[in-house]
Design a protein around this ligand. Structure first.
Ligand SMILES: Cc1cc2nc3c(=O)[nH]c(=O)nc-3n(C[C@H](O)[C@H](O)[C@H](O)COP(=O)(O)OP(=O)(O)OC[C@H]3O[C@@H](n4cnc5c(N)ncnc54)[C@H](O)[C@@H]3O)c2cc1C
Ligand code: SF4
Length: 488
């Protein structure tokens, strides 16, 4: 056990972010020197707050089943090399989750029943960042090769996790990615200020040194079809994400200046990394309206502020949640509460319980949105009479989520079965309805989180490994395809 009295004597502390006026002038992470380093002065005593409660509900909260009390104890004892070994035992990429996870482990931490929970996510990122800084993360190539080949389609966190697990098990793995660089949403969705891309780059390098081959700029379904891929490899894993964006077909939708977040953010990410993008969508000098909250909305907000938007308004149809757990979402569930991401500290207005009726414009370009307040009655949103108004906008960004994987191309060619929500159906071993074609991440689960994508990749790897060998696998299976977050 870490400090036996820590949870009573030490208050929860988190690292200070850089001052807003400084950080909005650049694209670097919001923590000075990056999250892990910023935390080092306080993290030992924070890890000491873990009370090793006996039944660690944080294990249930974390889809990866991270061994949280074990590494809290090791950090408190200053045993960082064992701490990273325990962390890597369940998580291939803790630098991604330690920065980006909404930390459902913390909302199920036992200390959190009547005090502030342990800063689990911060301990996690400190362990991995220190391990990288001390050259303690090395390639782990397999000792022997099985002679079996696997193609992974998509290089987001699910594709990377499945590929790393299978390469280390001795299978020969090629990852196909249609973008010019691997990483999926980690690279072109999530902005630098949340996670600098060097963290993705050095994992890719580690994976290459282990033997994983990356074929970028290859969209499976075009020159190479899904069926050709299945014929060439002993197994195929679909990890293509849920990239079909939700739209808002209100009058005026055709006006210029209305874009999907995932057209806007990748361009901004490329420019932040020094690339030039022709006809870039920019927020500079504009009134920006973001429709939809969530991670994507917050990422648009932080990006628009850094580009010098005149104003940024985020619209959300749901009412503003409270700051405390609602009674019907008790510990250890992940509650709907009012959360403030780093981007929300930087500016902009958050407007709740409103709906967009129309986009208004001039000369073909959007100039504003006609919105109305709404309230929930008998399970349906109803307009509040007399609340209609027009708010200015020369740039509108849709951040309303995703409805599933793209069907045309590889999905259609392979003929995999889809469920009623349009996601790829898989069995308990993460195999689709087509023999030897497996599924991992958002394309099977639906739009989700990085931690779930990594857990899916790890679990699907066990299914593939068993399929390619004698029907058994020693690889971990942290989740089943049907597992869902701890909610009520
Ligand atoms: C803007 C944004 C911000 C987010 N922020 C967070 C966050 O802070 N924390 C969090 O936990 N989650 C966040 N999420 C969600 C998280 O990023 C996803 O749940 C996660 O990336 C899903 O991983 P994946 O590997 O299944 O798919 P993806 O990351 O979507 O990767 C799929 C990959 O497949 C490739 N691909 C698709 N079709 C083909 C094809 N035919 N051939 C070759 N390649 C193909 C795509 O190009 C892509 O690279 C965010 C999502 C968005 C959109
Ligand atoms: S991956 Fe997420 S849920 Fe798991 S320990 Fe880290 S922050 Fe918590």
């Amino acid at each position: 056990m870490a400090d036996p009295r820590g949870f009573m004597t030490t208050p929860r502390r988190v690292a200070e972010r850089r001052p807003v006026e400084e950080r909005v002038k650049d694209w670097k992470e919001v923590y000075p020197g990056g999250a892990g380093r910023a935390l080092l002065p306080i993290i030992t005593e924070q890890a000491g707050r873990c009370m090793d409660c006996g039944i660690p509900f944080c294990h249930q909260g974390c889809p990866l089943g991270n061994l949280i009390p074990e590494w809290n104890d090791l950090v408190w004892r200053d045993d960082w090399s064992d701490a990273i070994e325990r962390l890597h035992a369940t998580n291939n990429f803790p630098e991604f989750t330690g920065r980006l996870c909404p930390a459902p482990c913390e909302t199920s931490c036992v200390v959190g029943i009547n005090r502030d929970p342990v800063t689990i996510k911060n301990v996690e990122v400190s362990i991995i960042d220190k391990a990288w800084d001390e050259n303690n993360v090395q390639p782990e190539p397999p000792e022997w090769l099985t002679g079996k080949t696997v193609a992974v389609v998509g290089s987001g966190p699910a594709g990377l996790a499945v590929a790393q697990q299978l390469t280390r098990s001795g299978h020969t793995v090629a990852v196909y990615e249609r973008d010019d660089q691997p990483g999926g949403l980690l690279r072109y969705g999530i902005p630098e200020f949340k996670m600098e891309k060097e963290h993705v780059d050095r994992r890719i390098l580690q994976m290459q040194r282990e033997g994983t081959v990356f074929r970028t700029g290859v969209r499976i379904g075009e020159k190479i079809t899904g069926t050709q891929l299945r014929d060439r490899y002993d197994a195929v894993v679909l990890a293509i994400g849920a990239t079909v964006r939700r739209d808002l077909p209100a009058p005026g939708r055709e006006l210029g200046g209305i874009h999907q977040a995932m057209d806007y953010l990748p361009q901004a990410n490329r420019v932040a990394l020094g690339e030039e993008v022709e006809d870039q969508i920019v927020a500079t000098g504009k009134d920006v309206v973001i429709i939809g909250g969530g991670d994507t909305g917050a990422d648009c907000l932080g990006t628009a502020i850094r580009q010098g938007a005149r104003s940024v308004t985020s619209l959300e149809i749901m009412p503003q949640p409270g700051e405390d757990r609602p009674e019907h979402q008790p510990w250890p569930t992940y509650p709907m509460i009012y959360r403030v991401a780093s981007a929300h500290e930087e500016g902009g207005d958050r407007v709740y319980a409103v709906s967009t009726k129309e986009f208004v414009g001039e000369d073909g370009d959007v100039t504003g949105l006609r919105i109305t307040e709404v309230e929930m009655k008998d399970g349906r949103f109803e307009e509040v009479e007399g609340s209609e108004r027009v708010i200015p906008a020369q740039l509108v960004l849709f951040a309303m989520g995703f409805t599933g994987p793209e069907k045309e191309g590889v999905v259609e060619q392979l003929g995999v079965e889809l469920d009623e929500r349009g996601n790829v159906v898989r069995d308990v071993n993460f195999m689709s309805s087509v023999d030897g074609v497996f599924v991992a991440g958002d394309c099977g689960r639906g739009q989700s989180l990085i931690v779930w994508a990594i857990a899916e990749g790890r679990a699907a790897a066990a299914g593939v490994d068993a399929y390619l060998t004698d029907g058994t696998s020693t690889l971990p299976r942290p989740i089943k395809p049907t597992d869902r977050p701890l909610t009520v």
